[in-house]
Design a binder for this molecule. Structure first.
Ligand code: UT7
Length: 323
């Protein structure tokens, strides 16, 4: 049985750090409120010349280096983003070109904060279906460019950045002892679309628009939706909370992360948290956190790693893999 195994990982962050203290001079907020309600202490903000594609390219190059590969070895690029450089073409083809890659194919997936989980699921399906051997899966965002910087209820929460992994087809035995992606679980329900959305778009206003969120409503649904897909991932593999070596959640809010881990019975020592440093980077948050924990040696070969996310749409999903 073909499995999609993580062969490399990489990250990229903008140069500029924006602290909570700086935000105090921009909107009516405080470091104390932001830290208590979200766990965020700082975030990175893209400057001139830094875009979703430039950050995605840098994360991809980092991941290729770690894998000991070049763009010539890749046959598919999937970019999860809700903040593309242009309405079209896809940011993925922009990154493909920046990498000097003129073979294979590239496309974007759009599932907001669940984007990386959707992209890994898509890459896994292409690999297991024999349509691709090595896939660059990138989560890249510049949410700072769609924030209303006068709205304190949203502008303090988000940041920019990118993370990438290389998934490679490897032969497995078809058991959960295999390395690679073991199960993926995706859900969406458009009935919630107005709880977290952007108030513009090519076909409605002809403008890019700004992010709007009913934070409390999103919060209310988050833990239940995350638990739903994680329990499905456990059912599909026979694993339980005790088998999980590392939970790498979408980094929206430390309270959602802690609440989900508690409900699932996963101890906080096994949870990778980067929301304090990066803020909510939407589709980039999981690969940024994953690469951080792999680079510092926490995630080791053979570990069982659980990824989960919930976000705009609503969309939600989980991926269980052996590193
Ligand atoms: O990435 C996936 C999607 N996004 C999320 O997962 C985000 C989910 N939601 C959340 O993380 C939380 O709901 C927030 C962090 C957005 C808000 O936390 P909360 O505990 O739900 O606060 P709240 O919205 O109930 O607001 C509490 C108070 C309000 O004042 P009143 O009405 O009680 O007087 C807000 O106006 O806090 C006020 N407030 C602020 N105060 C200082 C809202 N934003 C700020 C702020 N600084 N930045």
């Amino acid at each position: 049985m073909i499995r999609s195994v993580v062969r490399g990982f990489g990250t990229a962050l903008p140069k500029r750090v924006l602290t909570n203290a700086e935000l105090e001079s921009m909107v009516d907020t405080s470091d104390e409120w932001i830290v208590q309600r979200t766990g965020i202490r700082q975030r990175y903000i893209a400057g001139e010349g830094e875009t979703t594609a430039s950050l995605g390219e840098a994360a991809a190059r980092d991941a290729l280096d770690k894998a000991g590969l070049t763009a010539a070895d890749i046959d598919l690029i999937i970019v999860a983003t809700s903040t593309p450089d242009n309405t079209f073409p896809a940011t993925a083809v922009n990154i493909q070109n920046r990498l000097g890659m003129h073979h294979g194919f590239a496309f974007d997936v759009q599932a907001v904060c669940s984007g990386f989980v959707y992209a890994v699921t898509t890459a896994d399906a292409y690999i297991r279906g024999g349509l691709a051997k090595r896939v660059l899966v990138i989560g890249a965002e510049t949410f700072s460019r769609i924030l209303d910087w006068t709205d304190r209820t949203t502008c303090v929460l988000f940041g920019d950045g990118a993370g990438a992994i290389v998934l490679e087809a490897q032969e497995g035995k078809g058991t959960v002892a295999d390395r690679g992606v073991l199960t993926t679980q995706l859900r969406s329900d458009g009935a919630h679309r107005e709880k977290l959305y952007v108030d513009g778009g090519p076909s409605t206003t002809g403008t890019v628009g700004h992010l709007r969120m009913e934070g409390r409503e999103v919060f209310k649904h988050a833990v239940g939706m995350i638990t739903d897909v994680v329990v499905s991932a456990f059912d599909a593999t026979g694993f339980t909370a005790e088998d999980i070596d590392w939970l790498v959640p979408h980094q929206a809010n430390k309270r959602i992360i802690d609440g989900s881990a508690k409900k699932l019975g996963i101890p906080l020592e096994k949870v990778v948290v980067t929301v304090d440093l990066h803020g909510n980077t939407s589709a980039a948050s999981i690969p940024l956190a994953l690469a951080t924990a792999a680079r510092d040696g926490r995630i080791k070969e053979g570990d069982i790693v659980l990824l989960e996310a919930m976000g705009g749409g609503f969309t939600w999903g989980a991926v269980l893999l052996r590193w």
